[in-house]
Design a protein around this ligand. Structure first.
Ligand SMILES: Nc1ncnc2c1ncn2[C@@H]1O[C@H](COP(=O)(O)OP(=O)(O)OP(=O)(O)O)[C@@H](O)[C@H]1O
Ligand SMILES: O=c1ccn([C@@H]2O[C@H](COP(=O)(O)O)[C@@H](O)[C@H]2O)c(=O)[nH]1
Length: 241
């Protein structure tokens, strides 16, 4: 098992190799957490379209690493088959590389951190805390149904591995959500609903408060038949169906 120190050392090497410029600028990071099959990837794709974030799925990065024939490939593959958590230094290195290569400065980090050690290592290495944590709360029976129906050829979407993933989620990943909840950083979504309804709840979290006030004002002005100012009309047209 890797330690926070291993992850910090590995990152110092990346910084030396890449130079320090972009690594020193603090990005905006949102952690997207929730059980396996809670709909994180599905909703991240929507958030990217609406709000211009770069979506980094830690699981996808690890699967790409296996495919690339990297020296860590076999180790990662075995961990994923067993639903276990890959050492922090491996995952953080992949996340940092993807962040640097993206050219963006705001990220949805999906499926990471998966345990307390992942969390502490990421914060120590990147000196970045998440803006907030988007937490998809979904009943286990619903997640199991979704995973068994996902049909993407994933080696870990079988009932034995799914049960192991649920156990790891409860024992190791939920404490990370609880950690950030105690800091007032968790935005919880009822993820057991249909995709569109879940996204309505997600949108509301990403829409700044002043925009919500504007929206409400426009709505009320519309109802009252008051002449809507042009700025208000433009905003209303752009933000409603
Ligand atoms: N709200 C929803 N209602 C019904 N099905 C959904 C919903 N959201 C996602 N799905 C479907 O459930 C499956 C899992 O969704 P998704 O891949 O987004 O979950 P995930 O949380 O990213 O999973 P994992 O952690 O295993 O990568 C997919 O087949 C997806 O189409
Ligand atoms: O930070 C991470 C993310 C993922 N893993 C491993 O990958 C699988 C699949 O993850 P998904 O988020 O469902 O794509 C997960 O069960 C872990 O084995 C990881 O170790 N660390």
């Amino acid at each position: 098992m890797g330690t926070v120190g291993d992850a910090v050392a590995a990152t110092a090497t990346i910084k030396e190799q890449n130079g320090n410029n972009s690594a020193d600028k603090k990005p905006t990071v949102i952690f997207v957490l929730g059980g396996p099959g809670s709909g994180k990837g599905t909703q991240c794709a929507n958030i990217v379209k609406f709000f211009g974030y770069t979506h980094l799925s830690a699981g996808d990065l690890l699967r790409a690493e296996i495919k690339s024939g990297s020296e860590n490939g076999t180790m990662i593959q075995n961990m994923i088959k067993e639903g276990k958590i890959v050492p922090s230094e491996v995952t953080i290195k992949l996340l940092q590389k993807a962040m640097q290569e993206s050219g963006n400065d705001k990220f949805l980090i999906d499926g990471f951190p998966r345990n307390e050690e992942n969390r502490a290592a990421f914060e120590a290495v990147t000196k970045t805390e998440p803006e907030f944590v988007l937490f998809f709360d979904c009943p286990e029976e619903e997640m199991e149904r979704r995973l068994l129906g996902r049909n993407q050829g994933r080696e870990d979407d079988n009932i034995d591995t799914i049960r192991k993933r649920f156990k790891v989620f409860l024992e190791s990943s939920l404490p990370v959500v609880e950690y950030y909840n105690a800091k007032g950083k968790v935005r919880k979504i009822d993820a057991g609903k249909p995709v569109e309804e879940v996204f309505e709840a997600v949108k509301s979290i990403f829409t700044p408060k002043d925009e919500k006030v504007k929206h409400r004002l426009c709505y009320l002005l519309g109802i009252q038949g008051t002449v809507v100012k042009s700025e208000c009309r433009t905003w209303y047209t752009e933000n409603t169906d």
